[in-house]
Design a protein around this ligand. Structure first.
Ligand SMILES: [Zn+2]
Length: 75
């Protein structure tokens, strides 16, 4: 849930019409591949768990965008 702290940088703080994926820095298309890479780090079990959690978060946010706004990511 800490990953949603990047919403504090946005104005307005919360906008139900806005899709997080591709808009907020920690939900960007630069950050997501890093989370994906964390999932495959050998020897760093805790980082892998965090990576899987972040990917699940991004997938759920994207599904939420699809359900509420009909888009998978911010355009
Ligand atoms: Zn989020």
């Amino acid at each position: 849930m800490l990953v949603d702290s990047d919403h504090l940088l946005a104005t307005p703080l919360y906008d139900p019409e806005r899709c997080s994926i591709g808009f907020h820095p920690l939900h960007s298309f630069i950050a997501i591949p890093i989370y994906l890479a964390l999932c495959f780090l050998p020897k760093f079990r805790y980082l892998r768990i965090i990576g899987v959690g972040l990917i699940i978060h991004m997938l759920l946010d994207s599904v939420d965008c699809q359900i509420t706004n009909g888009i998978w990511y911010y355009i």
